[in-house]
Write a protein that binds this ligand. Sequence first.
Ligand code: GLY
Length: 400
Amino acid sequence: MRKICTFLLLNFVVLLSFEQLHAQATASEMQQLINDQFSFAAQQYKILEKNVPNDKMPKTYYANTGKVESSETKWWCSGFFPASLLYIYEHTNDQEVLSIARKRLALQEPMKHYTGNHDLGFMMFAPFGNYYRLFKDPKDHKTIDTAAMSLITRYRPQIKSIQSWNKNKNFNCPVIIDNMMNLELLMWASANGGDPVFREIAINHANSTLANHYRPDHSAFHVLDYDLETGKLIAGKNHQGYNDASAWARGQAWGFYGFTMMYRFEKDEKYLNQAKNIIKFLLNHPNMPADKIPFWDFNAPNIPNALRDASAASILASGLLELAQFTKGKESKYYVETARQIIVKLASDQYRAKLGENGGFLLMHGVGHLPANSEVDVPLSYGDYYFLEAMHRYKNWVLK
Ligand code: GLY
């Protein structure tokens, strides 16, 4: 009997140390990978900076023309370049990167007054939220508050939602799932001394999204179209996805990240449950590839030959790392491990460009708006940003 016990105990010790050794090896591999990716990003983004006029922001790159396409600062993605530079600076301490970031922040700053769409969170909170986190200058806090004020001009009380785009030939009052991301600006501003109305609006919007945007299987429409006269929902529709009934990959990722973020601020279980339901739907979807880099739409007709969207994968990886913070044990480990696999895949030659290539962007193979044949299989500034954010989170939350 004693011999059996000793044998079992020895096995347990061997197994335990094997598991620990494995975890240590994974941690040190990830540390190395993340450090390498940030060092690379510092070099690559200096190249990107040279490819973009001083009064514009980088948008994408087309290999066939060899040209970086740039945008005005009112384009929804304009804040991602300075925001990415700040993550890169934070992890490399590269002063040249910081000075490029500052130059680009100054260019973006007047957009705090923009009210032409709902994208103020992307445009202003990604860059200035990060800058304030790092440097705590009250001037930047004010910029964030002003941007929040601009965003709430689009709140429509009759539908308890923020109107995403203006009325156009396709939609009366469109509210898109992407809008969940812009709530972070409002929640943060309110939690940091800003007007409590920012929070109230964000909660109303999140609750309307929860009630109206999701189908019973926890997939989301891209667009909800409302009638502002009656306050009634007209229909769930599509814009950037395959069709009205499909699950456009990036939209699912925005919703997942958004509800996880709402739980961070509110600690309301219904947001946590929603985030869990969305990620369960996505990770168990028969069309989710084994490497977890989603096809651009889960219902794209030519799966498995459909294009992948690296940007959706980046957003999922970053969101998964946050969801892991709010869960325990096996469940939390599963989210971390899934995020790790995505990061490793995105950092591989299959997705991450080589120095000097890809116009200076980090990731290849993003899909912007396939039905409009716009930005298809190209780098996307937000793909890079959430990839960097995922590695930042992994380093700070998993490796520390
Ligand atoms: N409309 C924002 C996006 O393309 O995800």
